[in-house]
Design a protein around this ligand. Structure first.
Ligand SMILES: *[C@@H]1O[C@H](CO)[C@@H](O)[C@H](O)[C@H]1NC(C)=O
Ligand SMILES: *[C@@H]1O[C@H](CO)[C@@H](O)[C@H](O)[C@H]1NC(C)=O
Ligand SMILES: *[C@@H]1O[C@H](CO)[C@@H](O)[C@H](O)[C@H]1NC(C)=O
Ligand SMILES: *[C@@H]1O[C@H](CO)[C@@H](O)[C@H](O)[C@H]1NC(C)=O
Ligand SMILES: *[C@@H]1O[C@H](CO)[C@@H](O)[C@H](O)[C@H]1NC(C)=O
Length: 743
């Protein structure tokens, strides 16, 4: 591989070249001849080095193609070619750059765009195909006649599967001819380059003079706009390739021209080995850096922006996870935007718990009434001000479980990188695989495979949100990116990145955590997360379900039976039982223990207790679901063959209530039957610590359960055999939760 110094003589380019040389030297023992040795020089115009350009160079070097870049560091004057005609600047830069080759009839020059283009093969294959096309100059072809549709009929007719119109994003020919073509006429920088070449091609005399033809079948060049359904990615070791099913060709130069950039980027990730079925992700190991062996004080500085834009469940765990990250805290500065009064105490708790540990923590509190857009921009500004090396943006919905996430993301060394996070049991994630024409969410064909980890690798995606790391070198360039017209803040940000030709990388190489659903979070209770069993079942279980519950459910473990046909199993954490007590005490409307009870249909309770019903705290629906989901399966294990008629409907349970026993109130309960097929009895607090005495005695068996366990449930038949009484609480307060199931 030779490196050709560009006329703009750019140090970056020289750097890339030396890297390339090193890379190739170490990788191949028998390097192929460089493309210049074979007589091919690739040229391109690039005024700045974005991710698209780096990808282009990388695929060139992988295929041993010598590239000469014109225009680097110059101010682009060719207009916004994404939306409008333009690009004459390219012709002018090329004319100047090719001057030194104008007399070379031995050298073949290929000109290609670079921000949206990759190579899939090397000089030999390109030249073979070029020679077979039997012309001195070959332009790439596409299905749209752009920018002047009126010229359509002037084009030679082609057969059905071929592309008829010229595209100026790629052409190849003898140096002398190419030079003559680019210097044939004057063109203003703002004029359209494609129109310039089109006019030459459509002039029969000029066409003949330079022996120009179009690559109508996509032998060398594949323009993707309007052709996405004609090509497929074929996986093959060592390199995947592109196959045109209409013409049967395997194009070498793939150009994501026009408005299909997102789809091109997605495909290019496969073609450049972001993932192959056999090799997995080879790309993942390339262009990485290592933090290994670094002293803590030498770690890069990270600005962490934390955004609490709406009330979010499980924020306690959110902050714990941040506190538990292994990254050296003194290298982290934090800015927190909390938009809600509801979370003020959570933020204070976090800042107090971490006082002095982070390099700095600053707060934008609800009083400041700052909008999300401004707050997110403020995060970037803070990063710029502190000259941070990385900006790590986190929304309150993110539950990080991989404590080394920051190291992992930094080491991957991408412009913007997001760890994939998904709402558990859902397809909802923090990235979009595709965009619809209006720039909104659209599902890519591989979206589900990524979300379900069927494919693991690095993915080039058009939109990431909620958690991402931005390389420090970008931060200055995207100052203010979170505001753009009426766009949502995150959409404004990702549009900026896309429009710059930079990439957002999604990694799903490992599990990094998951997302909490905060679309609607009712904060009217004391312990609001208790109510999250439907919206956030995963986090709900983590906080509230006893860690040994599943073990009790396992058919191979024998359930404890402290008395005959009285089963005993762990089901809830203390966090749940204490929250339940709290909710009841907060409501405070305990019944008076009289027989007359207006809460009941008959208005009369035979064996009254001091209690509050679940429906009084608005927890009836949730509780019945708990019985259905967690209690019913244990019941079926304990009392085989009995299940409710309407299973899997919730079992009927009309009486669900928390009972309070106290020496000076109601200390015990006289022997009785329950109006249930079976009864569940959950211990909410601790005997011997929170209260003395208490327990349940089954009279027929003269058997008592007194050493109750917090969060454990007793389950026993309600009638006939299990006549029982509540034993006397002698000190403190004892709470239990009772349900009469299938009365
Ligand atoms: C890491 O990223 C920076 C910025 O994109 C780049 O300049 C550098 O070459 C990368 N390092 C490696 C080893 O790829
Ligand atoms: C780490 O997580 C645990 C719970 O998993 C929590 O108790 C602890 O406070 C966390 N540590 C920090 C520093 O936040
Ligand atoms: C769960 O069971 C294991 C033994 O099987 C025990 O060590 C552990 O303490 C139990 N967890 C709790 C919360 O009781
Ligand atoms: C129960 O034990 C049997 C035999 O030892 C085993 O094959 C089976 O996988 C176990 N089931 C579970 C759920 O662990
Ligand atoms: C019931 O059990 C207690 C102790 O567990 C014992 O003292 C008592 O004699 C038993 N009563 C009967 C009727 O067996």
């Amino acid at each position: 591989m030779k490196c050709v110094a560009s006329s703009a003589d750019n140090t970056f380019y020289t750097f890339i070249c030396s890297l390339t040389a090193l890379f190739l030297y170490s990788l191949c023992t028998l390097c192929e001849a460089s493309s210049l040795d074979e007589g091919l020089l690739v040229t391109t115009i690039a005024t700045e080095e974005n991710d698209g350009f780096k990808r282009f160079l990388k695929t060139a070097q992988q295929n041993d193609l010598d590239v000469k870049v014109f225009g680097l560091g110059q101010v682009w004057d060719g207009g916004d070619v994404k939306m409008f005609a333009g690009g004459g600047h390219k012709v002018n830069l090329l004319r100047k750059g090719l001057e030194e080759y104008k007399d070379r009839s031995d050298l073949i020059i290929m000109f290609v765009d670079s921000y949206d283009l990759i190579f899939l093969n090397g000089a030999k294959e390109i030249l073979d195909k070029f020679k077979k096309l039997n012309s001195r100059v070959v332009f790439s072809a596409e299905g749209f006649c752009w920018p002047d549709a009126n010229l359509m009929n002037k084009y030679p007719v082609v057969s059905l599967n071929e592309k008829r119109y010229l595209n100026s994003g790629g052409f190849i020919g003898y140096a002398k001819d190419i030079y003559e073509i680019v210097s044939h006429d004057v063109i203003k920088n703002r004029d359209d380059d494609q129109l310039y070449y089109t006019k030459i091609y459509l002039d029969p005399e000029l066409r003949k003079k330079w022996s120009i033809r179009l690559d109508n079948r996509g032998e060398i060049f594949q323009n993707l706009n309007g052709a996405l359904d004609e090509i497929v990615v074929k996986f093959k070791e060592p390199n995947s390739y592109l196959y045109n099913i209409k013409t049967g060709t395997t194009p070498i130069v793939v150009h994501g021209n026009g408005p299909i950039k997102v789809e091109f980027n997605r495909m290019a990730a496969y073609l450049t080995e972001g993932w192959t079925p056999t090799g997995g992700c080879k790309l993942c190991k390339e262009d990485t850096i290592s933090l290994e062996g670094l002293k803590e004080e030498d770690f890069p500085t990270v600005m962490m922006g934390i955004f609490i834009e709406r009330p979010t469940p499980f924020i306690t765990e959110f902050f714990w996870n941040i506190g538990n990250l292994t990254y050296p805290k003194q290298k982290i500065d934090i800015i927190i935007h909390n938009a809600h009064e509801y979370h003020r105490k959570d933020v204070v708790k976090f800042t107090l718990a971490n006082k002095g540990k982070y390099n700095s923590v600053q707060l934008i509190s609800p009083d400041q009434e700052m909008t999300e857009w401004n707050a997110r921009n403020a995060g970037l500004d803070e990063c710029i001000k502190r000259d941070c090396q990385y900006y790590f943006s986190l929304d309150s919905t993110v539950q990080i479980t991989n404590t080394e996430i920051l190291e992992v993301l930094i080491e991957q060394n991408r412009t913007v990188i997001a760890p994939m996070m998904v709402r558990p049991f859902r397809l909802w994630s923090n990235f979009w695989g595709a965009l619809d024409p209006e720039g909104w969410y659209s599902r890519s064909e591989d979206y589900v495979d990524l979300v379900e980890f069927k494919k693991k690798g690095l993915w080039n995606v058009p939109h990431v949100t909620q958690i991402y790391l931005i390389h420090g070198h970008m931060v200055q360039k995207i100052k203010g990116a979170f505001i753009n017209g009426n766009l949502d803040a995150d959409m404004a940000f990702t549009k900026t990145i896309r429009d710059m030709g930079n990439f957002m990388t999604l990694t799903n190489l490992e599990h990094y955590g998951h997302l909490v659903n905060n679309d609607y979070f009712d904060t009217s209770h004391v312990h609001n997360e208790m109510w999250q069993i439907f919206d956030n079942p995963f986090d709900w279980e983590l906080r509230y379900l006893h860690e040994n519950y599943t073990q009790a459910l396992d058919p191979n473990t024998t359930l404890l039976q402290p008395c005959p046909d009285v089963y005993w199993f762990p089901i809830f954490t203390p966090a749940f039982t204490l929250a339940l007590i709290d909710e009841m005490e907060n409501l405070g409307t305990w019944s008076n223990g009289q027989n007359s009870d207006p809460r009941l249909a008959g208005g009369y309770e035979n064996v009254p207790t001091i209690d509050i019903h679940m429906n009084q705290i608005g927890y009836e629906r949730e509780w019945l679901y708990i019985i259905q989901k967690y209690v019913s399966p244990i019941q079926q294990k304990a009392f085989t063959g009995y299940f409710h008629d309407l299973y899997p409907q919730p079992p009927t349970s009309i009486m669900n209530f928390v009972v309070r026993y106290k020496p000076d109130e109601q200390p015990s309960l006289r022997p009785h039957h329950d109006s249930s097929t079976y009864t569940i009895n959950l211990a909410l607090n601790r005997p011997g610590i929170d209260y003395q005495g208490g327990g349940c005695r089954f009279i027929r068996y003269n058997c008592s359960v007194t050493a109750l366990r917090q969060g454990w449930m007793l389950m026993h038949p309600g009638r006939l055999t299990h006549y029982h009484e509540g034993l006397k609480t002698t000190a403190g307060t004892r709470y239990i939760m009772i349900s009469f199931v299938d009365p």
